[in-house]
Write a protein that binds this ligand. Structure first.
Ligand code: FAD
Length: 333
């Protein structure tokens, strides 16, 4: 393969001057892949007045940061970000490009891959290097999640993939790490951007991102009805967490799809995951079993969730949860 292309790049997504967690997860995985190839790991940061984020990218594992800081990049637009990223890739030729599969990444990745006439594997859940060929192995669920497909892009460069948030760990920061920050100018012009961002209105949906939550209280079919989710929400709120759900609860129309945990929902890794009335089907476990501490509340002591739980509570959730809420309130006040 063309050895003109070298190095591993991660698109460091920021919003409102805050790095998205998935970008740090990708820095961690990118570091591992770059080490396997004996190459450098570069974070590409686009935005306006975001220089302060470069330290975090380096302390989490990047060797260098390419920073394009321009007022036209303040808010994400497909035209501006795709142009700047394509220009950088055409000029510097990275071998691999990782982008988080966020709403922004899912828009940007295909646009950039299309322009560069290379391949992109969307929504990956695992990444590795083929020992023999040195090609990137990109794994993702296929055929509705019924099998896992490992995809290679042997003939085109860069090899690109978008990666699901929450799949990889955020590496520990090492404040002593040093790296290079290169500020690169862009010739981007306002007239090249066909969309104008007038105002950003945050919906409640945008504010609650279950992949970023430290505590998730999830409800399943065992909750029984939509109204029952008020109890799940009350427990979540008192613990400073958010609500999650199994697919059965989402399919029943009790909770929106954004809150679904699992293979066809979100992959989460909170400090505490409480599964209420969820049996623990393999597709649900795939999205939450890496949580630090799992509590399961289920009437059936043989439900599969009970064997992955650190604490398995056998009982009716409508009796157990009110007791928990009472107890937590008593501890707090
Ligand atoms: P059930 O399996 O019906 O379990 C309900 C549980 O509640 C039972 O264990 C029961 O004992 C308990 N219970 C009942 N009443 C009470 C009570 N009062 N108190 C305490 N416990 C009680 N599922 C996902 O969750 N996420 C996914 O992303 C996902 N993707 C899928 C992709 C594919 C391709 C396929 C085929 C399936 C997928 N599924 C997914 C569906 C999955 O297979 C299960 O059907 C689903 O997870 C079951 O949800 P549940 O555990 O809420 O319901």
């Amino acid at each position: 393969m063309n050895k003109e292309y070298r190095g591993v790049w991660v698109f460091a997504e920021q919003r409102d001057g805050h790095l998205q967690k998935v970008s740090l997860e990708l820095i961690g995985k990118g570091r591992e892949i770059a080490d396997k190839l004996g190459e450098k790991l570069t974070a590409v940061l686009l935005g306006y007045e975001v220089q302060n984020l470069t330290n975090s990218l380096i302390s989490h594992g990047a060797d260098e940061v390419i920073l394009v800081d321009n007022v036209l990049l303040k808010n994400y637009t497909t035209d501006a970000y795709a142009k700047v990223l394509c220009d950088l890739i055409n000029e510097r030729k990275p071998e691999i490009m990782f982008i988080g599969a966020s709403y922004i990444g899912r828009d940007l990745g295909p646009r950039v891959a299309g322009r560069l006439k290379t391949g992109l594997t969307a929504d990956c859940t695992s990444l590795d290097i083929d020992q023999e060929t040195g090609n990137l192995l990109m794994t993702r669920p296929a055929f509705g999640g019924n099998l896992m497909a490992t995809i290679e892009c042997p003939d085109h460069r860069p090899q690109m993939s978008t990666v699901r948030p929450g799949v990889f760990n955020v590496p520990c920061a090492d404040e002593k790490r040093t790296g290079k920050v290169e500020v690169v100018a862009t010739d981007l012009k306002e007239e090249e951007i066909r969309t104008k961002v007038e105002k950003i209105v945050k919906s409640l949906k945008d504010k609650i991102d279950i992949t970023e939550a430290e505590v998730i209280v999830s409800g399943g079919r065992g909750v029984g009805n939509k109204e029952g989710f008020a109890l799940i929400k009350e427990l979540a709120e008192i613990l400073g967490g958010v609500v999650g759900a199994s697919r059965a609860a989402v399919d029943s129309g009790w909770v929106e799809k954004d809150y679904q945990v699992g293979q066809t929902g979100k992959t989460v890794r909170p400090k505490l995951y409480i599964a209420c009335g969820i049996s623990g089907a393999i597709q649900h476990l795939a999205g939450m079993q890496e949580s630090d501490y799992i509590i399961a509340i289920n009437k059936d002591d043989s439900a599969p969730i009970m064997s992955v739980a650190d604490l398995a509570v056998v009982g009716d959730l409508y009796k157990v949860i009110p007791e928990m809420i009472k107890e937590i309130k008593a501890q707090k006040f």
